[in-house]
Design a protein around this ligand. Structure first.
Ligand code: SF4
Length: 723
């Protein structure tokens, strides 16, 4: 189907400096975990988006020199010719589809940490980092500033040689140019500090160095936090922000503006989770830049709706649709709009699992797109599937995220799939999660797959179909996939004790699991949430209860409530929310026991209550330190157990115990996927279902096939170092 004419503005070419964008879709720089060390992953990930219709694809932040190094978190590097060779693959992959390649040249001073290169970085001042522990910058004098600017220029030459079309002087968040501009960081008294012109000087001279290095071969992009959200302490829109836009343009040093907001410690205000910000949340800032800029402006904000995109252009908010997460969730988003296949768009759910994995030092994953980061190493394409050589009948039991994804991919591959769900709706535990405060967008996990499955004539969905082992054995399927999920422990099973919590019994009226809460079990006025899980459910329960006007406490063994939220960039606003809603936090605390009654008591204790000095020598039957026994009694009416998840493995156990019947019933094999195998993050259970379906004919589909590992192999020629 041809595209709707109302989307034509999205496909108009646009000139940025010496380069032409073929349309208005621009994948802004975002971390991947490939850097320059995994050129295959880098090229295939960006190249897939180029194939999917993006006019521009960019690297993540790209370190210009060993001066700035974020190990163990991977960013790109342009330190030497080896990096040029590796990143050239990405440029070639982009160019093969008429797409421009951008590189985000980056220096971050004290914020980088330099754990690997061990260089004390130069910076705007002798400042400590509030992100990288034990990292201070050395204040660059004016000679050293010239040295730093030259580093940018040399990196720009290498970038041009690699084939990049767009060179960034990355200043967003808290990169070095922004530290110079921001009065919070720049307390210098020389010609690089004080007045606006002085504070802008470093960035302007850096842009000039990029222009000198690349000439007319490349367009110059500036990524700017137009507002650091620090008030007068930092860069504000109507103060230094818009002034800088006008100043840099008057110097002729910018071809395109890439606008966002905030700074490192509040990065979640930019890459905002859907829990706190809806799509296009940065519009109020980008439209101010657009109102003063003469050069094209792009903004971001997790925009996935083509109608919203058209509105962004027509309303004068921006000229270009910038996207990071929407491009990860659906690398073919532009193509799908162009081909009039809007219902096929796989919309980002704003969970920030992608960011969380990178923040933990690993490579990107995606809850919606299981092929993200797997394009090269597993050879997966987000839109193409190998036809099954001998497709047979497959029964999938359970239509949660993993079962739905497995059914989708097996269906695409030509299998005759029957997907049976015990409940009267598909979605599994996502049906609960999407009703937690702020989580409605997570429902896209279900709706996308529902739409796709309805298009597949070879996939049947049966709801209200609760199957037991007998039913499954006699179903007539050749292969069976169990995707029956997990449940919250009803006995308080938890990681602290590696066992149940004495007194915890969710069959009692005073004690609830999250499933029971969502099913409407009665809750008293005073609620204690016991959260051993550390992700979104405990804090979600606490917020729901607070919203009902309950007096809420949440207790966790971790240093902070929901520590996983630090990696998903939700932590700051979760903390603000709990503060604002009066949710009392007990951290580094665990429950020794629960006494249900008219007044229910939770015996809480510090996890550090034992003596700090070890007593001499081993003894049986006791720990080698003074055993603490002090507890604090938390009185309440209801306890919500978010202590741990338990895989629903009984069905597989029943079937396995009847292994000798499988062949007689025509069953070749039975597999487990998703949470019923082991409870995990959403992205990982979706991956699980996808992977099994991709590798369904392998010798042992239960185990993943090996994937390509890009690494140096001892004894093989060393990669180039300098030159
Ligand atoms: Fe969007 Fe979540 Fe995928 Fe990230 S992991 S791109 S936030 S769906």
């Amino acid at each position: 189907m041809p595209r709707d004419a109302k989307f034509d503005p999205l496909f108009e070419p646009l000139q940025i400096g010496p380069k032409t964008m073929k349309n208005r879709f621009y994948q802004v720089p975002h971390c991947l975990g490939a850097g320059s060390e995994r050129p295959g992953v880098q090229a295939a990930h960006r190249g897939t988006k180029a194939e999917g219709g993006w006019a521009v694809v960019c690297t993540e932040a790209c370190s210009i020199d060993p001066e700035t190094d974020t190990e163990p978190s991977t960013v790109a590097r342009l330190w030497d010719q080896g990096d040029v060779i590796n990143l050239r693959h990405m440029c070639d992959a982009a160019h093969a589809h008429g797409t421009l390649a951008g590189v985000e040249l980056w220096h971050c001073a004290q914020e980088a940490g330099n754990l690997d290169t061990r260089i004390a970085p130069m910076g705007v001042g002798p400042l400590p980092s509030d992100g990288a522990l034990q990292s201070y910058a050395h204040q660059a004098d004016e000679d050293e500033i010239r040295f730093l600017i030259n580093l940018y220029g040399e990196a720009a030459k290498r970038a041009r040689d690699a084939g990049f079309d767009i060179l960034y002087a990355y200043g967003s968040h808290r990169a070095l140019p922004m530290q110079f501009l921001s009065p919070r960081f720049n307390q210098r008294k020389d010609s690089y500090g004080g007045s606006f012109e002085n504070r802008a000087r470093f960035w302007i001279e850096t842009l000039a160095a990029l222009k000198n290095a690349a000439g007319d071969d490349c367009a110059l992009a500036v990524r700017i936090s137009i507002d650091q959200l620090l008030g007068p302490e930092g860069v504000e829109t109507f103060e230094d922000g818009l002034k800088f836009v006008e100043y840099a343009e008057s110097e002729g040093l910018v071809d395109v503006w890439d606008v966002n907001i905030t700074q490192y410690m509040e990065w979640g205000e930019d890459a905002a989770p859907s829990r706190f910000q809806k799509a296009n949340h940065q519009a109020p800032w980008s439209k101010h830049v657009k109102s003063v800029a003469k050069k094209p402006v792009l903004g971001v904000g997790r925009v996935t709706s083509p109608d919203d995109m058209v509105h962004i252009l027509s309303s004068g908010q921006a000229d270009i649709i910038g996207a990071a997460r929407p491009s990860i969730a659906d690398p073919f988003l532009p193509k799908k709009i162009e081909e009039g296949r809007l219902e096929d768009i796989r919309e980002c759910i704003g969970c920030n699992a992608c960011i969380s994995r990178w923040e933990r030092g690993a490579a990107l994953v995606c809850s919606q797109n299981a092929t993200a980061n797997e394009e090269f190493r597993r050879g997966w394409h987000p839109e193409k599937f190998t036809a099954a050589p001998n497709p047979g009948g497959v029964l999938i039991v359970g239509a949660g995220p993993s079962g739905l994804e497995c059914a989708r991919v097996l269906g695409e591959r030509g299998y005759d799939v029957h997907l049976c769900e015990a409940e009267n709706e598909i979605g599994g535990h996502m049906l609960d999660v999407m009703r937690y405060p702020g989580y409605s967008e997570w429902g896209r996990i279900i709706s996308y797959r529902q739409t796709q499955l309805h298009k597949l004539a070879n996939v049947e969905i049966h709801t209200s179909a609760r199957l037991n082992a007998n039913d499954i054995l006699r179903y007539g399927a050749e292969k069976v996939v169990l995707a029956v999920g997990a449940h919250w422990a009803e006995n308080g099973f938890n990681v602290v004790a590696m066992g149940p919590l004495p007194g915890a019994d969710a069959s009692l009226p005073q004690i609830c699991t999250p499933e029971q809460i969502m099913a409407g079990k009665d809750v008293g006025e005073r609620v204690v949430v016991v959260d051993g899980d550390g992700y979104f459910t405990g804090v979600g329960m606490a917020e729901m209860m607070a919203d009902l006007g309950k007096e809420v406490s949440i207790l966790s063994q971790y240093d902070s409530i929901a520590p996983m939220s630090e990696f998903t960039l939700e932590k700051s606003n979760l903390q603000r929310m709990m503060h604002e809603k009066g949710i009392r936090q007990y951290t580094n605390q665990w429950a020794e026991s629960i006494e249900p009654g008219n007044i229910t008591k939770v015996a809480a204790h510090s996890i550090w209550r034992d003596g700090y000095q070890r007593t001499a020598g081993p003894k049986s039957g006791e720990i080698p330190r003074r055993a603490g026994d002090d507890v604090t009694m938390l009185e309440c009416d209801t306890v919500i157990l978010v202590t741990g998840r338990v895989a629903n493995h009984e069905l597989y156990g029943d079937l396995k115990s009847r292994r000798d019947e499988w062949q007689g019933e025509g069953i070749e094999d039975i597999f487990q996927i998703g949470d019923c195998y082991a409870p995990r993050m959403l992205a990982d259970v979706v991956f699980d279902g996808h992977r099994l379906a991709r590798e369904f004919e392998s010798d042992n589909p239960a185990r993943p096939l090996p994937f390509i590992r890009e690494r140096y192999i001892q004894g093989q020629p060393l990669p180039p170092v300098n030159g």
